[in-house]
Ligand binder design. Sequence first.
Ligand SMILES: [Zn+2]
Ligand SMILES: [Zn+2]
Length: 376
Amino acid sequence: MATKRDYYEVLGVQKNASADEIKKAYRKMAKECHPDLHPNDKQAEERFKELNEAHEVLSDPDKRARYDQFGHDGPNMGGFGGAGGMGGFDFGGFGGMGDIFDQLFGGGMGGAARRNAPQQGNDLRYDMRLTFEEAAFGCEKSFDFTRNEHCETCHGTGAKPGTQPKVCPTCKGTGQVRVSGGFMMTVRTCSTCGGTGKIISDKCPSCGGAGLVRKKRTATVKVPAGIDHGQTIIMRGDGEPGVNGGPSGDLYIQVLVRPHKLFKRDGVNLHLDLPISFTQAALGADIDVPTLGGGKTSFHIPEGTQNDAEFRIKGQGVQQVRSNYRGDLILHVRVEIPRKLNEKQKDLLRQFDEISTGKEYEGRKSFLDKVKDLFN
Ligand SMILES: [Zn+2]
Ligand SMILES: [Zn+2]
């Protein structure tokens, strides 16, 4: 028996993944490596089988628990001693063990049944880069992307015009065959049709029998004001075409917002580091504060403002998506101590110090008092 990959690794999830995460990962990957999209690709077929097996175990709390404890042979334990060697769960043949048989066998046959059922097409993802302002104020964006579409020559059948794909005689269109081995039975992918359930003798010249062709498309999306980095816009039905008449997949636009030179964003609030001089901090000052979008607003810094002080300007933040609410602009005061003073400036500061009593510095005074207590 070939070495098997770890089921969690197969699904690309963490060991502690929730049932929902496992389901999502499985659906996403099953779409990617579905044999219908990779005809005659042995590797994709193997991956698909491996994926189904991993999902079969990890989606069942009991099997998952046994797998966690015993590894790959775990899920087969309990009544099926030794059956683990068969690999997978598509086996059966124990008359009188109906329940367990159906449960284990169900996955294999379910797979065959699902294969010809309508399936939604692949979802696509597009990474859209926006400037800070485009995200904050909203915009309309056009972008190019490539997707598989039904071949126009054969209308997605993969067969040369005028001909039809035939139902595979080996598997009767299910894509899988049961192989009897003594009292056990295994289900394998049909080798005649490669699991598609169809035989195309005259391949369509445009798509080479795949039924799909790569097409470049341009889409336009209205980006709502207030969208943030990492958020997603979903364009329903703009993904790849469905299989067996299923609906098209969706196009997921992942928004990537470039950082701003001045502003930092936290939800609907903006943060701005505001450097002021030590004299402005001491005396107070009216300061022009830049606002998002290139404007400015006047803000009064009160006398005696300390370093790291925060001030809030209401309504100068970012709009909340699909709402009229706008967050605030939060100013973080950075008092700058002057460097490179000339002699005259230094002299004036010395004079200032000479006429200072110490009461000007509350924090320092309190500190010195505590130090004095300590030594008494
Ligand atoms: Zn074609
Ligand atoms: Zn077949």
